[in-house]
Design a protein around this ligand. Structure first.
Ligand code: SAM
Length: 258
Protein backbone atom coordinates (compact mmCIF):
# COMPACT_ATOMS: atom_id res chain seq x y z
CA UNK A 1 0.00 0.00 0.00
CA UNK A 2 1.49 3.31 -1.07
CA UNK A 3 1.45 6.29 1.26
CA UNK A 4 -0.89 8.14 -1.12
CA UNK A 5 -3.39 5.29 -1.12
CA UNK A 6 -3.55 5.27 2.68
CA UNK A 7 -3.96 9.05 2.62
CA UNK A 8 -6.78 8.91 0.05
CA UNK A 9 -8.52 6.07 1.91
CA UNK A 10 -8.29 8.15 5.12
CA UNK A 11 -9.59 11.26 3.39
CA UNK A 12 -12.69 9.33 2.29
CA UNK A 13 -13.01 7.59 5.67
CA UNK A 14 -12.78 4.12 4.10
CA UNK A 15 -10.61 1.09 4.63
CA UNK A 16 -7.77 0.75 2.07
CA UNK A 17 -9.36 -2.50 0.75
CA UNK A 18 -12.30 -0.45 -0.53
CA UNK A 19 -10.14 2.06 -2.41
CA UNK A 20 -10.09 0.12 -5.72
CA UNK A 21 -13.92 0.12 -5.58
CA UNK A 22 -14.29 3.83 -4.80
CA UNK A 23 -14.71 4.82 -8.48
CA UNK A 24 -17.64 2.37 -8.74
CA UNK A 25 -19.17 3.38 -5.41
CA UNK A 26 -19.11 7.04 -6.47
CA UNK A 27 -19.74 6.44 -10.18
CA UNK A 28 -23.10 8.25 -10.14
CA UNK A 29 -21.81 11.29 -8.28
CA UNK A 30 -19.80 13.89 -10.15
CA UNK A 31 -20.02 16.71 -7.59
CA UNK A 32 -18.34 15.41 -4.46
CA UNK A 33 -19.71 17.70 -1.78
CA UNK A 34 -19.32 21.18 -3.27
CA UNK A 35 -21.65 23.70 -4.96
CA UNK A 36 -20.15 24.40 -8.40
CA UNK A 37 -22.96 26.65 -9.75
CA UNK A 38 -22.70 28.87 -6.67
CA UNK A 39 -18.91 29.09 -7.04
CA UNK A 40 -19.29 30.17 -10.68
CA UNK A 41 -21.91 32.78 -9.63
CA UNK A 42 -19.57 34.05 -6.94
CA UNK A 43 -16.64 34.44 -9.34
CA UNK A 44 -18.51 35.84 -12.33
CA UNK A 45 -18.99 39.47 -11.14
CA UNK A 46 -15.30 39.84 -10.20
CA UNK A 47 -13.18 41.89 -12.54
CA UNK A 48 -11.11 39.05 -13.92
CA UNK A 49 -10.22 38.76 -17.59
CA UNK A 50 -11.63 35.61 -19.27
CA UNK A 51 -8.92 33.57 -20.85
CA UNK A 52 -5.91 34.98 -19.02
CA UNK A 53 -7.26 34.30 -15.52
CA UNK A 54 -5.42 31.41 -13.90
CA UNK A 55 -7.20 29.26 -11.33
CA UNK A 56 -5.82 26.49 -9.13
CA UNK A 57 -8.24 24.01 -7.58
CA UNK A 58 -6.74 21.83 -4.85
CA UNK A 59 -8.56 18.55 -4.15
CA UNK A 60 -10.41 18.86 -7.46
CA UNK A 61 -11.81 15.31 -7.46
CA UNK A 62 -13.60 14.63 -10.76
CA UNK A 63 -13.40 18.25 -11.90
CA UNK A 64 -16.96 19.15 -10.92
CA UNK A 65 -15.86 22.67 -9.95
CA UNK A 66 -12.88 23.12 -12.29
CA UNK A 67 -14.75 22.23 -15.49
CA UNK A 68 -17.71 24.65 -14.95
CA UNK A 69 -15.24 27.45 -14.09
CA UNK A 70 -13.41 26.86 -17.39
CA UNK A 71 -16.65 26.36 -19.36
CA UNK A 72 -18.76 29.22 -17.96
CA UNK A 73 -16.10 31.82 -17.18
CA UNK A 74 -13.43 31.00 -19.76
CA UNK A 75 -10.70 30.82 -17.10
CA UNK A 76 -7.68 28.50 -17.27
CA UNK A 77 -7.88 25.92 -14.50
CA UNK A 78 -5.27 23.61 -13.03
CA UNK A 79 -6.84 20.90 -10.86
CA UNK A 80 -4.83 18.84 -8.41
CA UNK A 81 -5.88 15.66 -6.66
CA UNK A 82 -4.28 12.56 -5.19
CA UNK A 83 -6.69 10.06 -6.74
CA UNK A 84 -5.85 9.32 -10.38
CA UNK A 85 -9.18 7.64 -11.31
CA UNK A 86 -10.99 10.87 -10.41
CA UNK A 87 -8.55 12.89 -12.51
CA UNK A 88 -9.21 10.63 -15.49
CA UNK A 89 -12.90 11.46 -15.22
CA UNK A 90 -12.05 15.16 -14.81
CA UNK A 91 -10.08 15.10 -18.10
CA UNK A 92 -12.94 13.31 -19.87
CA UNK A 93 -15.48 15.81 -18.52
CA UNK A 94 -13.32 18.74 -19.64
CA UNK A 95 -13.12 17.24 -23.14
CA UNK A 96 -16.89 16.64 -23.20
CA UNK A 97 -17.49 20.26 -22.18
CA UNK A 98 -15.12 21.47 -24.93
CA UNK A 99 -12.64 23.01 -22.48
CA UNK A 100 -9.80 20.47 -22.56
CA UNK A 101 -7.49 23.24 -23.82
CA UNK A 102 -8.25 25.37 -20.73
CA UNK A 103 -7.99 22.61 -18.10
CA UNK A 104 -5.04 20.62 -16.80
CA UNK A 105 -5.31 17.97 -14.11
CA UNK A 106 -2.37 16.73 -12.10
CA UNK A 107 -1.95 13.92 -9.62
CA UNK A 108 -0.15 15.50 -6.67
CA UNK A 109 -0.44 16.31 -3.00
CA UNK A 110 -1.97 19.76 -2.56
CA UNK A 111 0.60 20.61 0.12
CA UNK A 112 3.42 20.10 -2.38
CA UNK A 113 1.65 22.12 -5.10
CA UNK A 114 0.85 24.99 -2.75
CA UNK A 115 4.50 25.18 -1.74
CA UNK A 116 5.83 25.48 -5.32
CA UNK A 117 5.82 29.25 -5.34
CA UNK A 118 3.61 29.60 -8.45
CA UNK A 119 0.98 32.32 -8.37
CA UNK A 120 -2.62 32.20 -9.49
CA UNK A 121 -5.44 34.74 -9.70
CA UNK A 122 -7.84 32.42 -7.86
CA UNK A 123 -7.36 29.36 -5.67
CA UNK A 124 -10.32 27.11 -4.88
CA UNK A 125 -10.67 24.50 -2.17
CA UNK A 126 -14.07 22.81 -2.19
CA UNK A 127 -15.34 20.06 0.09
CA UNK A 128 -11.87 19.04 1.14
CA UNK A 129 -12.41 19.61 4.85
CA UNK A 130 -9.36 20.16 6.99
CA UNK A 131 -6.63 18.29 5.07
CA UNK A 132 -4.49 21.43 5.44
CA UNK A 133 -5.22 21.96 9.16
CA UNK A 134 -7.41 24.53 10.87
CA UNK A 135 -8.89 27.50 9.01
CA UNK A 136 -5.91 29.77 9.77
CA UNK A 137 -3.58 27.10 8.37
CA UNK A 138 -5.77 26.48 5.30
CA UNK A 139 -5.79 30.17 4.36
CA UNK A 140 -2.07 30.42 5.18
CA UNK A 141 -1.37 27.57 2.76
CA UNK A 142 -3.67 28.87 -0.01
CA UNK A 143 -2.48 32.48 0.06
CA UNK A 144 1.14 31.44 -0.67
CA UNK A 145 0.00 30.79 -4.22
CA UNK A 146 -2.44 33.70 -4.78
CA UNK A 147 -1.24 37.01 -6.18
CA UNK A 148 -1.95 40.08 -4.04
CA UNK A 149 -5.47 41.22 -4.92
CA UNK A 150 -6.34 37.70 -6.10
CA UNK A 151 -9.04 35.50 -4.58
CA UNK A 152 -9.49 32.40 -2.47
CA UNK A 153 -12.72 30.39 -2.56
CA UNK A 154 -13.41 28.09 0.37
CA UNK A 155 -16.46 25.89 -0.10
CA UNK A 156 -17.08 24.16 3.18
CA UNK A 157 -18.94 25.77 6.07
CA UNK A 158 -18.93 25.99 9.84
CA UNK A 159 -20.65 24.59 12.90
CA UNK A 160 -24.15 25.85 13.60
CA UNK A 161 -23.43 26.07 17.36
CA UNK A 162 -20.53 27.06 19.59
CA UNK A 163 -19.92 23.49 20.84
CA UNK A 164 -17.33 21.50 18.92
CA UNK A 165 -18.28 18.13 17.45
CA UNK A 166 -16.54 14.88 18.24
CA UNK A 167 -16.43 13.36 14.76
CA UNK A 168 -13.36 12.28 12.76
CA UNK A 169 -12.36 14.93 10.24
CA UNK A 170 -14.37 17.65 11.98
CA UNK A 171 -11.90 18.37 14.79
CA UNK A 172 -10.98 21.78 13.35
CA UNK A 173 -14.54 22.94 12.66
CA UNK A 174 -15.71 26.00 14.55
CA UNK A 175 -18.81 28.18 14.72
CA UNK A 176 -19.36 30.98 12.18
CA UNK A 177 -17.89 33.81 14.26
CA UNK A 178 -14.67 31.90 15.01
CA UNK A 179 -14.40 30.66 11.43
CA UNK A 180 -14.69 34.17 9.99
CA UNK A 181 -12.10 35.44 12.47
CA UNK A 182 -9.73 32.61 11.53
CA UNK A 183 -10.34 33.19 7.81
CA UNK A 184 -9.21 36.78 8.01
CA UNK A 185 -6.37 36.18 10.50
CA UNK A 186 -3.74 36.79 7.80
CA UNK A 187 -5.27 40.17 6.98
CA UNK A 188 -7.25 39.09 3.90
CA UNK A 189 -10.67 40.60 3.16
CA UNK A 190 -13.89 38.61 3.32
CA UNK A 191 -15.69 39.62 0.12
CA UNK A 192 -18.77 37.44 0.27
CA UNK A 193 -20.41 34.56 2.07
CA UNK A 194 -22.98 32.35 0.34
CA UNK A 195 -25.02 30.08 2.61
CA UNK A 196 -26.41 26.97 0.96
CA UNK A 197 -30.12 26.50 1.74
CA UNK A 198 -30.79 23.57 4.05
CA UNK A 199 -33.28 22.07 1.59
CA UNK A 200 -30.59 21.94 -1.13
CA UNK A 201 -28.24 20.15 1.25
CA UNK A 202 -30.95 17.65 2.21
CA UNK A 203 -31.82 16.93 -1.42
CA UNK A 204 -28.17 16.52 -2.39
CA UNK A 205 -27.47 14.14 0.50
CA UNK A 206 -30.64 12.09 -0.06
CA UNK A 207 -29.83 11.55 -3.73
CA UNK A 208 -26.22 10.59 -2.99
CA UNK A 209 -27.16 8.14 -0.24
CA UNK A 210 -29.62 6.49 -2.60
CA UNK A 211 -27.12 6.00 -5.44
CA UNK A 212 -24.38 4.86 -3.05
CA UNK A 213 -26.74 2.23 -1.59
CA UNK A 214 -27.31 0.82 -5.09
CA UNK A 215 -23.57 0.72 -5.81
CA UNK A 216 -22.86 -0.93 -2.42
CA UNK A 217 -25.27 -3.71 -3.38
CA UNK A 218 -23.63 -4.08 -6.79
CA UNK A 219 -20.07 -4.31 -5.41
CA UNK A 220 -21.21 -6.61 -2.54
CA UNK A 221 -22.61 -9.08 -5.06
CA UNK A 222 -19.31 -9.20 -6.92
CA UNK A 223 -17.19 -9.16 -3.72
CA UNK A 224 -19.11 -10.86 -0.91
CA UNK A 225 -15.92 -10.85 1.20
CA UNK A 226 -16.18 -7.02 1.35
CA UNK A 227 -19.87 -6.90 2.24
CA UNK A 228 -19.43 -5.86 5.88
CA UNK A 229 -16.92 -3.14 5.06
CA UNK A 230 -19.17 -1.87 2.29
CA UNK A 231 -22.16 -1.71 4.62
CA UNK A 232 -20.04 0.14 7.19
CA UNK A 233 -19.06 2.62 4.47
CA UNK A 234 -22.70 3.13 3.50
CA UNK A 235 -23.69 3.64 7.14
CA UNK A 236 -20.82 6.08 7.72
CA UNK A 237 -21.94 8.13 4.69
CA UNK A 238 -25.48 8.34 6.09
CA UNK A 239 -24.14 9.35 9.52
CA UNK A 240 -21.91 12.03 8.06
CA UNK A 241 -24.83 13.47 6.11
CA UNK A 242 -26.86 13.56 9.31
CA UNK A 243 -24.01 15.36 11.06
CA UNK A 244 -23.80 17.90 8.22
CA UNK A 245 -27.55 18.47 8.35
CA UNK A 246 -27.83 18.82 12.12
CA UNK A 247 -24.56 20.40 13.22
CA UNK A 248 -23.20 22.46 10.32
CA UNK A 249 -24.06 25.23 7.90
CA UNK A 250 -22.82 24.71 4.33
CA UNK A 251 -21.29 27.94 3.06
CA UNK A 252 -18.93 29.28 0.44
CA UNK A 253 -16.55 32.01 1.50
CA UNK A 254 -14.78 34.33 -0.91
CA UNK A 255 -11.63 36.03 0.33
CA UNK A 256 -9.47 38.63 -1.37
CA UNK A 257 -5.76 38.38 -0.63
CA UNK A 258 -4.11 41.52 0.65
C1 SAM B 1 -14.82 15.30 -1.23
S1 SAM B 1 -13.72 15.37 -2.58
C2 SAM B 1 -14.13 16.93 -3.31
C3 SAM B 1 -13.74 16.98 -4.77
C4 SAM B 1 -14.15 18.23 -5.55
N1 SAM B 1 -13.58 19.43 -4.98
C5 SAM B 1 -15.65 18.34 -5.63
O1 SAM B 1 -16.19 19.17 -4.89
O2 SAM B 1 -16.29 17.60 -6.38
C6 SAM B 1 -12.16 15.70 -1.79
C7 SAM B 1 -10.97 15.43 -2.72
O3 SAM B 1 -9.77 15.86 -2.09
C8 SAM B 1 -8.73 14.98 -2.47
N2 SAM B 1 -7.64 15.12 -1.52
C9 SAM B 1 -7.64 14.88 -0.18
N3 SAM B 1 -6.43 15.16 0.35
C10 SAM B 1 -5.66 15.59 -0.67
C11 SAM B 1 -4.30 16.05 -0.77
N4 SAM B 1 -3.53 16.10 0.30
N5 SAM B 1 -3.83 16.45 -1.98
C12 SAM B 1 -4.63 16.40 -3.09
N6 SAM B 1 -5.91 15.97 -3.06
C13 SAM B 1 -6.42 15.57 -1.87
C14 SAM B 1 -9.41 13.61 -2.47
O4 SAM B 1 -8.71 12.68 -3.28
C15 SAM B 1 -10.78 13.96 -3.04
O5 SAM B 1 -10.85 13.78 -4.44
Amino acid sequence: MQMNEQHIADSFGISPELLPHLPTLLADIWVLGSWPDRIVELLSPLELPGDSTRVLEVGCGKGAVSVPIARDLGFRVHGVDLFEPFLQEARARAAEAGVADRCTFEQADMKEVLGRGETYDVVVIAAVGHALGDTVEIVGALRQTVRPGGYMVLDDGYLSRKERVDYPGYEHCRDRETTLRELTAHGDRLVKEVVIPFTDLMAYNARNNEVIARRVTEVSLRHPELREQLLRYQQAEIEECLLLETETVAAILLLQRT
